[in-house]
Design a protein around this ligand. Structure first.
Ligand code: ADP
Length: 662
């Protein structure tokens, strides 16, 4: 067994790997860039080595620096985590030459599976079902149109070197092919320095279901069942679960067998994942194989009781798998939510900044797990993936895992960057999610205009009103107590209120006592008790015998209450003040139609118009690159460009005006 392992990664996955190393009594070396000097991973590791500047190319992608760090600290093995160098065959072989073990498959297997065209060819040979398409490089837009026509629309135009959902576009008709081809090619070039493109059939309404496999050096290969990862935005996963509601035992066995066959065909060793898409009729097709630990590996760990990092380490150290396929059991249900610093209200654009407040939910052995690599004060920077953490819940059944996730998300308090916690809550509370009717289009089907604020209704609304009244009374009581020191004749606050929730008033009557019975309207009575104190950001309340959590922010005189994925702006009025509401002036909203603003921080790649140009609605105006994704900004209406205020190559701030219209 190894004595010392260097983790060639950062953030949550570095912490995750260190945790298992500790349990195994293996010492750890963390590596870090300028941005990560004080990161939890560095603190957690026994030793750490500085790599260089924050840009990944100067640090986590620098093979030489990492190999030097391994040699200088005497590490016998390197765990690459995911991303960065984890699927880089030349890194694996350079390590091998330096006498350091790479905790992963052989470079040959990485290379064979790293290329989507090549891996599809190998899969076909191994009799694995593959997506119909053209298995060659498509080099011109004209060819792309011809091939797409032959395959039949819709088609998926993909970068052969692709990963992370980049370099991938769907063309629904011939007219879309040129644009999609150009964008996929540009993205492939900037992200992977490899602009080879291929085209395959776009499978409609598919589910993404993947099989976790494990293989040792002795030809033993097992699969650990599936993970369903259909909840995606930008072709990237946000919620995953194990098992999948969509698989019957026969399909599970068939997919598991094909995954193992493919692993055998490339002499695979270590943990790996074979990804499939499953169509509406239950037919499954191979997508690609990821030759590394997946982000979503915890759901498999929760339902199998295995530690995948431990197994990767023991396989890499030359040990035999100690169990066979028949020993693998799947028990219960696990769900993972990826917490991202991104704005679901702005097309999921990444957000950067410092986590000024960060209070994750408590972990509970066996039922709530948090894989996180940040603490309060950590900075989410432009340099890396904006994932903050992964929240995993486990229950005996799917419903239990979902309910635990709902409550854990309500307890997840993050301020300082935009984040997707409320959006995740909205997804898992959605009837279609509860019913298990998933597809990779779930988010675009159910949130076609993005994540617009949901209005609370029914029980959720009543709970929010009760919570608002409770905090309002606590605050008023304190004010009264302070004032009473000077004036003992002040009358107590009225017990009748009007709660304005997103500008809709509801009358509320409160019976005496601190923890109150609240009568909403004339008929609904709610009893609410809580130990909440002024200043607490979380209000944990007992409402009619059940525990609920609310996030409380104050934007005087409003309360912003977040509960069950719904953010509500609330003002509580005394009855008298409410009567005067109708004479309050309305807030005027700004007209943004006269300018094109950058929806995200990024690099202005190109501008397609000049001042004086007449533009039509839907015409391309500019391309902005952020986190290596190119985004086209289109005109919302017909008009004339008055002034262009930015130039290609400019770094844009969010909301920066790129051009103005007349
Ligand atoms: P990456 O390596 O960038 O993650 P994948 O090939 O794994 O790319 O695909 C990512 C996601 O894109 C899949 O989970 C699926 O949602 C979607 N996708 C990819 N290929 C197809 C296809 N042919 N038809 C439908 N959806 C697809």
């Amino acid at each position: 067994m190894f004595k010392k392992i260097l983790i060639a990664n950062r953030a949550e996955i570095a912490c995750r790997i260190i945790r298992t190393c500790r349990e195994l009594g293996i010492s750890t070396v963390a590596v870090f860039s300028d941005s990560d000097v004080d990161s939890p991973a560095v603190k957690l590791a026994d030793e750490s080595v500085y790599l260089g500047a924050s840009a990944a190319s100067d640090s986590y992608l620098s093979q030489n620096k990492i190999i030097q760090a391994a040699l200088s600290t005497g590490a016998d093995a390197v765990h690459p985590g995911y991303g960065f160098l984890s699927e880089n065959a030349s890194f694996a072989s350079s390590l091998r030459k330096s006498g350091v073990t790479f905790i992963g498959p052989d470079p040959e297997a990485i290379a064979a599976m790293g290329d989507k065209i090549e891996s599809k060819k190998i899969a076909q040979k191994a009799k694995v079902n593959t997506v119909p398409g053209y298995l060659g490089i498509v080099d011109t837009a004209e060819n792309a149109i011809k091939i797409s026509r032959d395959i039949g629309f819709p088609v998926m135009i993909k970068a052969s070197a692709g990963g992370g959902g980049k370099g991938m576009r769907i063309a629904h008709s011939e007219s879309e092919v040129s644009d999609c081809f150009r964008l996929a090619m540009n993205e492939a070039k900037t992200s992977f320095d490899d602009d080879r493109i291929f085209i395959e059939k776009y499978i409609e309404e598919p589910r993404h279901i993947e099989i976790q496999i494990l293989a040792d050096n002795f030809g033993n290969i097992v699969h650990l069942g599936e993970r369903e990862c259909s909840i995606q935005r930008r072709h990237q996963k946000v919620i995953e679960e194990a098992p999948s509601v969509a698989l019957d035992p026969e399909t599970r066995d068939a997919m598991g067998k094909q995954a193992c066959d493919l692993a055998r065909a490339v002499k695979y060793r270590s943990a790996g994942t074979v990804e499939f898409i499953v169509d509406q009729y239950g037919k499954f097709y191979f997508l690609e194989m990821n030759t590394r630990l997946q982000v979503e590996h915890p759901v498999t760990e929760m339902v199998t009781g295995l530690d995948l990092v431990e197994l990767m380490i023991s396989i890499a150290s030359g040990e035999k798998l100690s169990f066979s396929q028949d020993d693998v059991t799947i028990t219960g249900w696990a769900i993972e939510s990826r917490i991202y610093a991104e704005d679901p209200k702005r097309n999921f654009l990444p957000s950067i900044g410092r986590l000024t407040h960060y209070k994750p939910p408590d972990e509970e052995q066996g039922s709530v797990r948090l894989d996180s690599g940040v603490i309060e004060g950590s900075e989410i920077s432009i340099f890396y993936d904006p994932m903050i953490s992964k929240l995993i819940t486990y229950g005996e059944g799917r419903r239990e895992a979902i309910d635990l996730m709902k409550s854990a998300l309500d307890n997840y308090y993050i301020k300082g960057t935009a984040n997707n916690v409320s959006f995740l809550s909205a997804i898992i509370s959605h009837p279609r999610f509860l019913g298990g009717q998933l597809s990779t289009n779930f988010i675009s089907d159910e949130f076609p205009d993005g994540f617009v604020s949901i209005k609370p209704i029914g029980e959720v609304k009543n709970r929010i009103i009760a919570a608002a009244v409770l905090i309002h009374m606590r605050i008023k009581n304190r004010e009264r107590n302070t004032l009473n020191r000077f004036d003992t004749h002040l009358l107590p606050e009225s017990e009748e209120y009007v709660v304005s929730i997103n500008n809709e008033p509801t009358e509320v009557k409160v019976s005496l006592g601190q923890d109150s019975k609240i009568l909403i309207g004339t008929d609904i009575e709610i009893e609410i008790t809580s130990n909440w104190e002024i200043g607490d950001v979380l209000l944990v309340a007992n409402i009619s015998g059940q525990h609920y959590t609310f996030q409380i922010d104050r934007k005087n005189p409003d309360y912003i209450i977040t509960h069950s994925g719904i953010e509500s702006e609330i003002r509580v009025f005394s009855k008298r003040a409410a009567a005067l509401l109708s004479v309050m002036p309305e807030k005027v909203t700004l007209d943004e139609s006269k300018s094109l603003i950058s929806p995200m921080p990024g690099l202005l790649v190109s501008i397609s118009v000049e001042s004086g140009a007449k533009v039509r609605s839907g015409e391309e105006l500019a391309v902005v690159e952020a986190m290596k994704m190119e985004n086209i900004l289109y005109s919302n209406s017909d008009g004339t460009v008055k002034r262009v205020l930015a130039a290609p190559g400019d770094s844009l701030a969010v909301d920066q005006v790129i051009l103005e219209f007349e």
